[in-house]
Design a protein around this ligand. Structure first.
Ligand SMILES: *Cc1c(COP(=O)(O)O)cnc(C)c1O
Length: 241
């Protein structure tokens, strides 16, 4: 055997991935500093939807600890393949109530709680009387379009009560996507005031998941604690499989 045969099999390397990750990390640090905040208080979640498990493995090798996925079957397969990497998996997509219990088996955090039926699906059942507790965010709709994901701001309190009532979801805070037709900072400011209201009911629910590739600096300025960044790090997504 030659020396080369003895080496660890190397990961396929995605051109530019390491440089894009470094550049986003440094832009995040700059935005934190500009907001008088510490970058240590921010969790970077790299959204890897549609990308292969090998790209997630590359990110883990570059020090990424948190990844986000938005489709159950894809997320389940990747989490199973990469189970030994110790990653924290965030489910950020629309969830069907009949899939909720399956998501709980591999995801550590569900960020898209926005329907009664989905929340109720996490409650104990006769088959699973003592299910594991999953971390959760209530997703807030910051647009006027009720068809977009998330609960309307006026319905957040009732949703929070329902989530806490399950006894199986540890509410971490609020999550939102900025509207397309509005300056993101104004929308994130509304999210911040909703977060303050949620905290009155659940003092431990202090987190704010906001900020994507195009608007994370604005989100950091408005108190985001969890950034969900995809394409700025991964490059363009492959077409939906
Ligand atoms: C895809 C996605 C992201 C990441 O979006 P980018 O613009 O690629 O950074 C963040 N949050 C949610 C809910 C997503 O579906």
């Amino acid at each position: 055997m030659s020396d080369t045969d003895q080496r660890e099999p190397s990961l396929p390397s995605t051109p530019g991935l390491e440089a894009r990750l470094a550049s986003v990390r440094s832009a995040v640090a700059d935005a934190a500093q500009a907001a008088g905040r510490s970058a240590d208080d921010l969790t970077l979640i790299v959204v890897t939807k549609y990308h292969p498990a090998s790209l997630v493995a590359e990110l883990a090798a570059l020090g990424v600890t948190d990844v986000g996925e938005n489709r159950h079957q894809e997320a389940q397969a990747k989490a199973a393949e990469l189970a030994d990497l110790g990653l924290t998996w965030h489910f950020v997509g629309q969830l069907q109530s009949k899939k909720a219990r399956q998501v709980r088996r591999y995801a550590h955090v569900v960020q898209s709680l926005d329907r009664d039926s989905v929340v109720d699906a996490f409650a104990p059942t006769s088959e699973e009387p003592e299910p594991p507790v999953i971390d959760g965010f209530v997703q807030v709709n910051l647009t006027d379009d009720p068809g977009r994901g998330g609960v309307q701001p006026g319905d957040v309190d009732a949703m929070v009560e329902r989530i806490v009532g399950t006894g199986t979801i540890a509410l971490r805070g609020v999550m939102a996507v900025a509207p397309l037709d509005e300056e993101p900072r104004a929308a994130f400011a509304r999210l911040r005031s909703i977060s303050e209201r949620v905290r009155l009911a659940v003092p431990t629910a202090t987190d704010i998941s906001a900020g994507m590739s195009g608007d994370f600096a604005e989100a950091i300025a408005e108190g985001a604690t969890h950034l969900r960044i995809g394409t700025a790090i991964t490059g363009n997504r492959p077409a939906a499989p």
